[in-house]
Design a protein around this ligand. Structure first.
Ligand SMILES: [Zn+2]
Length: 91
């Protein structure tokens, strides 16, 4: 992995190299996403923070697993497996 990729900063909620305005859309869903991107992003972040504060799983809103700060049983297992796979791919 290149070290320059890690240090490179990006705007929150916006992928690198993604233009701010897109004129041609693949379908109506993509058009809606690009038109309301900031709004959607803001709503998602607010939901995440609200769930985090209230003590529910940040992904699904279910009850948290014991001893876990953010996730329910399912999502803790899911993220653990995901991190294992990504770690295996990186090496
Ligand atoms: Zn969950």
């Amino acid at each position: 992995m290149e070290s320059s990729q890690k240090t490179e900063k990006r705007a929150r909620g916006r992928p690198l190299g993604c233009a701010k305005t897109v004129t041609e859309y693949k379908d109506r869903f993509q058009k809606h996403y690009y038109k309301h991107r900031d709004e959607i992003s803001e709503r998602r972040r607010n939901l995440y923070d609200a769930r985090k504060k209230a003590g529910f799983c940040v992904n699904c809103g279910g009850p948290r697993a014991r001893g876990d700060a953010l996730f329910c049983k399912h999502h803790r297992k899911y993220t653990t497996v995901l991190h294992e796979v990504v770690g295996r791919l990186a090496t």
